[in-house]
Write a protein of this length. Structure first.
Length: 286
């Protein structure tokens, strides 16, 4: 069983604590740097979670400056220690960045997805994933296999002892767009039906008959966390970049789009029937 701890989340949490402590003290970044003896650039990186190597002496200096109690001091040191660990995704640096999507998914308590083009990654079968990357015509066989392995490991969060809630709205177009042939699609449809029966998973199909909707600008993901101090994160990607947002206005926009798509989609029971109906004609081809 993989560790469900995310160094990225821990680093962001520590950064938020340090930033709040400084602002509560009334010190500017320059003043705090001078008082603590920590270079301003380093302190800035600590407060923005961009410093990968956090030294215990830095935590001690800031804890003394802000006069935190023993419990808070120990908590800050633990966060710094956890932030230095490596998540399982670190072995897939060629697939994920060090602070990529798995580093947030692993600690999320609720994940909501809208997918317009393909089956969501956490719901894909190995053969379907392989077919998606083959269709891109931009990957070597070795790299495709790396992506398949990495994606299958990502999916383990839905099967662990305490999985997150997962709610996916899948556009009908993603189901109609075949990848890898009829046998692959039939297996993928069967997998969707099986996943939809899990108590922590809800799958809805957004049919063409729903017409236009607020989420028609593209696929995205929303991740919420059990720790109140960890902000909700919105995620979207393009062929050349990934976007993470956590501003209240941006999250409200994502939330509104997802809720409208979900409201326009079929119910979970209707969606299961829809996917089964799509799978039926493929039986003779498997």
């Amino acid at each position: 069983m993989k560790n469900s701890l995310s160094p990225t989340i821990r680093r962001r949490r520590l950064a938020r604590i340090l930033r709040d402590l400084r602002e509560d003290s009334g010190d500017t970044l320059d003043i705090a740097a001078k008082k603590s003896g920590i270079p301003r650039a380093t302190l800035g990186k600590l407060e923005t979670a961009s410093l990968k190597r956090i030294r215990p002496a830095q935590i001690d200096a800031l804890a003394e400056l802000y006069q935190v109690d023993r419990r808070a001091w120990e908590s800050m040191h633990q966060l710094a220690k956890d932030a230095a660990e490596s998540g399982w995704w670190s072995k897939y640096k060629d697939v994920f960045s060090s602070s990529g999507l798995p580093s947030f998914e692993v600690e999320a308590s609720f994940i909501r997805v809208y997918e317009a083009q393909v089956i969501p990654g956490l719901l894909q079968t190995p053969d379907y994933t392989r077919a998606v990357f083959l269709g891109a015509n931009a990957y070597s066989e070795e790299r495709i296999q790396r992506h398949v392995q990495a994606r299958m490991e990502r999916q383990e969060i839905l099967n662990r002892l305490h999985p997150p809630e997962y709610a996916a709205v899948i556009d009908e177009a993603a189901l109609r767009r075949h990848a890898g042939g009829d046998a692959v699609m039939r297996e993928q449809f069967q997998h969707l039906v099986e996943m939809a029966t899990k108590p922590n998973v809800a799958i809805q199909v957004l049919p063409f008959t729903a017409g236009m909707h607020a989420a028609n600008l593209g696929s995205f993901q929303i991740m919420e966390f059990p720790e109140p101090s960890d902000p909700t994160i919105g995620y979207a990607e393009t062929p050349t970049s990934t976007l993470y947002v956590e501003g209240p206005d941006e999250i409200r926009r994502y939330d509104a789009m997802w809720r409208e798509a979900s409201s326009a989609a079929l119910t979970v029971a209707q969606s299961i029937d829809f996917v089964r109906d799509m799978s039926e004609p493929l039986k003779d081809s498997s």
